[in-house]
Design a protein around this ligand. Structure first.
Ligand SMILES: NC(=O)c1ccc[n+]([C@@H]2O[C@H](COP(=O)([O-])OP(=O)(O)OC[C@H]3O[C@@H](n4cnc5c(N)ncnc54)[C@H](OP(=O)(O)O)[C@@H]3O)[C@@H](O)[C@H]2O)c1
Length: 320
C-alpha cells in the first residue's frame, strides 16, 4: 500500500478511553466495513494503517473485490451480516446514501448488531436519524462524513491528512469520534442533525457545481476556437479559487463587479446564439454575483442599476 499516513499505528500506543458516560473503547478497535466501495476501502485501509484491526468487509461487484485486493489485501470478504457480527467495536457502513436505510433495517431485523457497538456511516446528507433503528439493539450511531472526493485507489490515502469530517454524534460518542478522525489524519467539524442537509448542500454546491462551471467555460472556449481550453483556464481559475478562499467576496473581479452592463449584454447576446441552454444559468449566477458584490461593497447600488436591468430584460425573454 502506498502513501502511509502520518498517524500510522497511532492506536497501538494509546490507553483505552472511556467516554463521558463511562463507555470504554479499546485503543485498538475491531472494525468491519459494509461496502468496500471508494470510501469504504480507503477509510478501511487508513484505519488499518492507524493500528486498528479491520477484520472483514463486504462487496460483491468486481470493482469492490478489486479495491479490497488493492487496499485491504489481508481482510476477509464476507456477507453483510457476517461483517456486522465480526465488527465488535466499529461497523462502518459505506454504501450509497439511498441504500443506507435498507441495510440498517436488515441488520437490525437479522439481530446482527450488538450492544455498545458503534455503527457509523459516511454520508454527508444523512445524520443520525437514518441509524435510529440500531438503538433497538443497544448499538450507537455515528455520522462521519469526509469532506473529500474518493476514487477508491491508493492515491486517496495520500489526500487524507488535513481532511475535515462532518461529524454528528451523541454526546457520549464525541471523544471516540474525535479520536477516529485524528487516527484518519483529519479534523472534526461538529454538525448538528438539523444542519446536516445545509452542510452537505454547501459542499455539493462548491465542489460539484464548480465542475459544471469549469466544463461550461471550457465548452464556450472550444466554441470560440480555443484548442486547449484547460490551458487557458487553469492559471485563471486556480488564482480565482485561491483568492476567493483567502479574500471572500473581495476576490471578485470582472464585468459584474464593475457594473459593466454593455459587456454583460454582449455576453448574453452571443450565448443566446451559440449556447442557448447556458443563458439561464449565466443570468442566475450573474444576478447572485451582483447581489453579493453590492452587499460586500464591491459594487455601488447606483452602478448596479443598468446591469440588473440587462439581466432582468434577458430574464423576461427566457421566461417568455
Ligand atoms: N465517493 C466519494 O467521493 C464520497 C465522498 C464522501 C462521502 N461519500 C459517501 O460514502 C458513501 C459510499 O460512497 P462511495 O462513493 O464509496 O460508494 P461506492 O463506491 O458506489 O461503493 C458502494 C459500496 O456499497 C456496496 N453496496 C451498494 N449497495 C449495497 C447494499 N444495498 N447492501 C450492501 N452493500 C451495498 C457496493 O457493493 P458492490 O460494489 O458489490 O455493489 C460498494 O462496495 C456514500 O454515503 C457517499 O455519500 C462518498
Amino acid at each position: 500500500m502506498s502513501a502511509p499516513l502520518r498517524t500510522h499505528s497511532a492506536a497501538r500506543g494509546r490507553p483505552a478511553t472511556a467516554t463521558s458516560s463511562q463507555v470504554a473503547f479499546p485503543s485498538v478497535l475491531t472494525v468491519g466495513i459494509i461496502g468496500a466501495g471508494r470510501v469504504g476501502a480507503t477509510l478501511g485501509a487508513a484505519l488499518a494503517a492507524a493500528g486498528h484491526r479491520v477484520v472483514a468487509a463486504s462487496g460483491a461487484s468486481g470493482a469492490s473485490q478489486a479495491r479490497l485486493a488493492l487496499l485491504l489485501p489481508t481482510v476477509s470478504r464476507r456477507s453483510v451480516v457476517e461483517v456486522a457480527r465480526a465488527a465488535t467495536d466499529l461497523l462502518l457502513i459505506t454504501v450509497p446514501d439511498d441504500a443506507l436505510a435498507g441495510v440498517v433495517a436488515d441488520l437490525t431485523a437479522d439481530g446482527a448488531l450488538r450492544p455498545g457497538q458503534v455503527v457509523a456511516h459516511t454520508s454527508g446528507a444523512h445524520g443520525l436519524a437514518v441509524l435510529a433503528p440500531v438503538g433497538t439493539a443497544g448499538a450507537r450511531p455515528l455520522a462521519l462524513h469526509p469532506a473529500m472526493t474518493f476514487a477508491g485507489t491508493p492515491d486517496d490515502l495520500g489526500r487524507l491528512p488535513g481532511v475535515s469530517y462532518g461529524v454528528t454524534a451523541p454526546a457520549e460518542l464525541r471523544p471516540l469520534a474525535a479520536r477516529l478522525v485524528v487516527d484518519l489524519g483529519g479534523v472534526p467539524e461538529w454538525i448538528v442533525e438539523a444542519d446536516r442537509p445545509l452542510y452537505h448542500a454547501a459542499l455539493a454546491h462548491g465542489a460539484n457545481h464548480l465542475v459544471t462551471l469549469v466544463n461550461e467555460a471550457a465548452d464556450w472556449l472550444r466554441d470560440a476556437g480555443v484548442g486547449q481550453p484547460e490551458k487557458v483556464l487553469a492559471p485563471l481559475l486556480r488564482a480565482a479559487l485561491e483568492n476567493a478562499l483567502r479574500l471572500g467576496d473581495e476576490a471578485l473581479t470582472g464585468p459584474v463587479s464593475r457594473g459593466d452592463a454593455g459587456t454583460v449584454r454582449r455576453h448574453l447576446a452571443r450565448l443566446a446564439a451559440t449556447a442557448p441552454d447556458s443563458v439561464e444559468p449565466y443570468l442566475v449566477l450573474a444576478r447572485r454575483t451582483a447581489e453579493r458584490a453590492v452587499a460586500s461593497g464591491r459594487l455601488r447600488p447606483a452602478d448596479a442599476t443598468a446591469l440588473l436591468g440587462v439581466l432582468d430584460g434577458y430574464g423576461s425573454q427566457v421566461a417568455a
